[in-house]
Design a protein around this ligand. Structure first.
Ligand SMILES: *Cc1c(COP(=O)(O)O)cnc(C)c1O
Length: 426
């Protein structure tokens, strides 16, 4: 078939099936266009996007300001590598460090790379600043974690599907239950070789597990008392998704992450990705203060594309959009409506047992086993009814629309979700 002919959904799926590695199991929907909260498939059917590319498209699909910044920069200079300076990187570095309240940033491309970067910085800090003996550093992680797909990161996953037959694994990790302060305290006391505690403020992939209100503050205090780095992976929760600029900001909706807020739990290392570019381009970042970041010297870490001028221009635009359009406040307000309305339905439902989340990162738990295909079938039906969502773990469906949604659209979506769930009532 000529590449100029228009593909049907069936054609596009057949091509991916034949020529692409089968490392994903997508819903059978083939998208060809997006704008704001909507995406369209190749047949022209319109959907509400309730995944937002795993929270990368917080600012909405093809945001004109972000796309404009990308086109502008792409026509001027795309890549120099870090062998030379470029005129955009420093401006971006000043902007993002101010925005999140850190001395320095290390720019990378994907979330997993940023997590790897944070782990390397933590280990180096442990040897050079904390005085841990070489090769002895341990990093505490949580059960149910998701931090990406590299060999080191899957080494400390407890998802067998993500891990099995990819060994031998990277050593130096201690896994404790999530949202369990006593377990953290015990792990911290178990050894003098702990470099850091790596944690998601809300566990997204695991099924949107929201910890106790004071979990992060207590964890941070314990880390501080033990001279251990508190490393927040906000790749999914950050950039306004949970109703504040970072999930560690707690109940603050101000425009910058800052220590002045009582509810702010300051990470020693902050990891960002996904919506840092509004989904336009792979941009990730690791932020820390000088006493930590300065352990990295020339030649010790890097990336050919990390900090390129397109990424810099796109990320500045993406962060400006968050403030210009009050997306934290919108996520907070709409999220409360979502949980209230779905909660009312869940109270009298036997197909949905629970709705949970924060801001516009929410999940509905389906009343069936993890192995059942009920949640998948509900997502198929939701797609038919014009709304795209995906199960995370078997029986949990995540609902995370672009944060540019308005109330009328949200109410419309809530009725689609409730009417679809009703078709599955037992
Ligand atoms: C998606 C995600 C990552 C990995 O990001 P990639 O860009 O897919 O490598 C890391 N941590 C968290 C919490 C994520 O949600």
């Amino acid at each position: 078939m000529s590449v100029l002919e228009k593909l049907t959904s069936a054609d596009a799926i057949a091509l991916e099936d034949k020529y692409g590695a089968h490392n994903y199991h997508p819903l059978p929907v083939v998208l060809s266009r997006g704008e704001g909260v909507y995406v369209w498939d190749v047949e022209g059917k319109k959907y509400y996007d309730f995944l937002s590319a795993y929270s990368a498209v917080n600012q909405g699909h093809c945001h004109p300001k972000i796309v404009g910044a990308m086109i502008n920069q792409a026509q001027t200079l795309t890549l120099t590598s870090r062998a030379f300076y470029n005129d955009k990187l420093g401006v971006y570095e000043e902007f993002i460090t101010n925005y999140f309240g850190f001395d320095k940033v290390l720019p990378m491309n994907t979330g997993a790379e940023a997590v790897e970067t944070a782990l390397k910085i933590s280990r180096k800090w442990a040897y050079e600043k904390k005085g841990i003996q070489e090769n002895q550093a341990q990093i505490i992680v949580c059960e149910g974690n998701f931090h990406g797909r590299t060999t080191t990161i899957i080494s400390f996953s407890n998802d067998e599907n993500a891990r099995k037959n990819f060994g031998p694994y990277t050593e130096g990790f201690i896994r404790i239950p999530y949202n369990d302060i006593d377990a953290l305290e015990k792990a911290l006391q178990s050894s003098n070789n702990i470099a850091g505690f790596l944690v998601e403020p809300i566990q997204g992939e695991a099924g949107v597990y929201t910890p106790a209100e004071d979990y992060l503050a207590k964890a941070k205090a314990l880390c501080k008392a033990n001279n251990v780095l508190f490393i927040a992976d906000e790749v999914q929760t950050g950039i306004a998704r949970t109703g504040s600029i970072l999930a560690v900001c707690g109940n603050c909706t101000c425009e910058k992450a800052c220590e002045k807020q009582a509810t702010y739990v300051a990470p020693d290392i902050l990891i960002l990705g996904k919506a840092l570019s509004g989904g336009a381009y792979p941009v990730s970042a690791v932020l820390a203060n000088d006493e930590i970041m300065n352990v990295i010297k020339p030649g010790q870490h890097g990336s050919t594309f990390g900090g390129n001028p397109v990424a810099a221009a796109v990320a500045i635009a993406a962060l400006e959009v968050i403030n210009e359009e009050n997306l934290s406040q919108n996520a907070r307000r709409l999220g409360a409506i979502f949980r209230e309305k779905i909660g009312e339905f869940v109270a009298n439902s036997n197909i949905a047992t629970l709705v949970r989340g924060k801001g516009l990162l929410n999940a509905i738990v389906i009343n069936d086993t993890e192995e059942s295909d009920t949640a998948w079938n509900i997502c198929m039906k939701l797609a038919e009814n014009g709304l795209l969502a995906k199960p995370t773990h078997g029986n949990i469906i995540r609902f995370a629309p672009p944060l540019v949604m308005n109330e009328e659209q949200l109410l419309n979506c809530i009725s689609i979700i409730i009417n679809t769930l009703k078709e599955f009532e037992k």
